[in-house]
Design a binder for this molecule. Structure first.
Ligand SMILES: [Fe+2]
Ligand SMILES: [Fe+2]
Length: 208
């Protein structure tokens, strides 16, 4: 027979011992289906927003036309970020941090497109020396990003480092736009160029 205390404890909790076991930290609550529904809807919305962002981001470079024009537009956008960085002073640490993030994302996306499509296509066309040289420079571009991150935005040498970095990128871009890309584009048929444009846009979309 249950004692008065046991009955009153059971009434207070409003459930039996087996109910309590079922509702351990690892079991689903009654609201679980609703919460899962909300989470799935949220994830779908997030995914849709992400796709929207990707379309907008890639549209900016993709609208430019052929693959070399797409890449040249991205070069211009990158140089514009450098110029904004150079216009800052050491008190604008937040702005410097944001611009460095923007630069990192722009360079990552761009390097991915070139390293996954353009440079392999160059090697396929026996332009291995140029492809390897440009790949090596991408490595130094990442080194600059690392150094700026380590240095911190208020460092006295921050602007000098950004200036040195910009010089390397401009020289790299010049080699691509004035020598390697025009020569390569001319050597390809219209269909081959169209295929490369589509591959660059697809890669850029996933990296956006
Ligand atoms: Fe490059
Ligand atoms: Fe490039």
């Amino acid at each position: 027979m249950a004692t008065r205390n046991q009955i009153s404890n059971s009434n207070r909790s409003g459930r039996t011992g087996s109910d309590t076991r079922d509702r351990s930290a690892f079991s689903w609550s009654d609201n679980a289906p609703v919460l899962i529904g909300v989470a799935v809807a949220g994830a779908a919305l997030g995914l849709a927003a992400n796709f929207g962002r990707k379309f907008v981001t890639q549209a900016v470079s993709g609208v430019s036309g052929d693959w070399d024009e797409v890449l040249a537009t991205e070069h211009d956008m990158t140089v514009a970020i450098f110029d904004k960085m150079l216009a800052t002073d050491s008190t604008q640490t937040w702005k410097r941090g944001m611009l460095l993030m923007q630069l990192t994302h722009a360079l990552d996306k761009h390097a991915h497109e070139e390293e996954m499509v353009i440079y392999p296509a160059l090697r396929e066309a026996n332009e291995t020396v140029d492809a390897d040289h440009l790949t090596e420079e991408h490595g130094y571009i990442k080194t600059f990003l690392y150094e700026l991150g380590q240095m911190g935005p208020s460092h006295v040498a921050w602007l000098d480092k950004v200036r040195e970095f910009r010089t390397l990128v401009v020289q790299h871009v010049k080699m691509e736009e004035e020598q390697v890309f025009p020569h390569f584009k001319q050597s390809l048929s219209e269909a081959q160029n169209a295929k490369i444009t589509s591959l660059v846009n697809k890669d850029g979309f996933w990296q956006a």
